[in-house]
Design a protein around this ligand. Sequence first.
Ligand code: BGC
Length: 768
Amino acid sequence: MSGLRRRSLLAAGGTAATAGLLGTGPVQAQALPRTAGAATGAGAAARRPGPYDDKVRALLARMTLEEKLGQLQQLPWTYNTGPGGPGTKEVEQAARQGRLGSVLNIFGARTTNALQKIAVEESRLGVPLLFGLDVIHGFWTTFPIPLAQAAGFDPRVAARDAEVSAKEARSNGVHWTFAPMMDVTHEPRWGRIAEGNGEDPYLTAAFAAAKVRAYQGADLSAADRIAACAKHFVAYGGAEGGRDYNTVDVSEARLRNLYLPPFRAAVDAGVATVMASFNTIGGVPAHANPRTLTDILKQEWSFDGMVVSDWNGVQELIPHGVAQDGAQAARLALRAGVDMEMTSTTMVTYGKRLVREGKISEQRVDDAVSRILRLKFALGLFARPYVDEGREIGAPTPEARAAARSAAARSMVLLKNEKGVLPVGRSVGAIAVVGPFGDSGDLLGTWVLPPAAQRFPAVTVLDAVRKAVPGGTVRYERGVAAEGDDISGIPAAVAAARSAGMTFVVVGEPAALSGEAAARSDIGLPGAQEKLIEAIARTGRPFAVVLVNGRPLTVGGWLDRAPAVLEAWHPGIEAGNAIADVLFGRVNPGGKLPVSFPRAVGQIPIHYNHENTGRPYDPDDKFTSKYLDLPDGPQFPFGHGLSYTTFRTGPPALSRDRIPVDALRRGGTVEVAATVTNTGPRPGDEVVQLYVHDRAAALAQPVRRLRGFRRVTLAPGGSRTVRFRLGAEDLGFFTHDPHGEFLLEPGAIDIYVGDSSAAEGRCTLSVT
Ligand code: BGC
């Protein structure tokens, strides 16, 4: 097959990306030598003039080399410490001396203003500090974890989180969040799967772009906006064995097709900063990788924002085994394209010497400083360095709570529901709530500000169920703890279930078992929780399992005995209320899995977007790709999720059966339409999903790739025709070409539309 080749900077990420691309024609890669910038430490490609260039140039001209290097330094504060408190003297002194550009883990209008005052009034040039914080899924108002949000298959959920977070954070003096995290991963053992949007690059790209736009708004200097950070660049989710920080070795094609698209979408959405990742790729740590940080990000994509290291990431080039000492670490990181060093201090310590010895050009230092100063100007920090202490938001507002509640309910996935056990009618009689998370506030998930966790814990399921059935009998028995093998509480839980018309078994993972440095080798329910489910099942009484967790779980043997299972993830501050909304049917669940649920750990990696083998699974043929001791495929596939009503999705229809490659290259598109009908008794949401498969390509293609999704709400009997547009970037793919060649070939593309990645409705497009 003679492929038609073109270089392009195609973004994933849906209609907006399609419109941009097709509106202007394919974007050509810049004609720069790919490694020129990195080899000389020269930084990025020539950029278009920006609004703050004159100001930045003028300021730069007044700075000493020490002051410039100072801008590259970010030091940590300690969350709750007030001005002058323990551990802050060093930070204050660095600010005073103009040897500090940014501080992280600081917030509070008074605290940030006091430190800012030192930088602005006591340092020689008065350059304001940039205050950064991990506002991952909420500041005071904790939204569901990002993995849960992805299950909403509605980027507006993420946008709402970002708007509320930005407003609360900025009023507390925070200018910059280290979010969104957009690491696609096929590793459920990896704890950080909780922070991202799952296993698919298209879904992740859509969420990343929506979140960036909502954090940043149209004007970064606004009182309710903050700068975003696309992290972790790149392929961090490829950690071998799912062990955090571990080695990654990916092919160019996988890098381009799987890991890079969300970052490209974030850059296209205008993300202000990017964070380097802790992993290596092919032996090169991300913090020392000029190809990813400079060639791809800064040159090919023309990213003119700032690259921040991860915590200590520059210093860690030493244990990684690529730098002998701090000076070499600083040199490698600066030359690779890191602009700001988080917590370790190699650049500020050795930068002057490196410049003097010609190992780093002052031009590269100027480039890094300019990126930082541009952001400070864009945030309005020179004009208004302080935050209004009278307008600090100190608690979630009722509107913010309502947004978090609706986001959480929208993110829940009904995995199983036999004989309509759910929703529960109010006439059910006595209710039992059992399980370690039934009366627990530990439902916020990973990455919550410590004072937010203390002051605003999650609404418990027990409290919410009690509120939902005023005057009803609700009994709670924990049964077992979240971890450990003590089963002495099970008989009491069984007794509660025996006397109830309905039992909710609330089980899952404590928040500490997902997130950073929280990999697990066994991803079943921890401790004796499965034993509790089995014991409740043996009562023969109706029950539903509610899962609260930060990753896909192996749901094992108990699944067959549980009539209903609701995946609630870690739902955030309004957890109990949102869970009750779904259990009692106030909200009809419409979420879908953004990640496959394996049957067993031994199947990992198992993801829907895998390539075929030459011997695809065949139950009757031993010599095909399979495990002898497991059925084929995951327990629940990507995109799966039920509803209290039922839907039928009709066969997909194409606006044309054939399209020439040339027409696609000129921006031509094909429309795919499918009609979805609510065939059940209640209003509800369906997510119509579109997948493509290129049957015969220059590189074996995933058996399915998500290229469109739409969440629709339908009344009983209601129908809607959902239309998707497929263009060049939906039908082609990146090759192994290091310069980012995107290949669009003639051939047959199968297009599937339906309610999950297992959808059977199909049509075929000929690309000629
Ligand atoms: C994490 C980042 C985070 C940073 C600052 C690191 O350990 O990998 O995601 O933004 O710490 O807290």
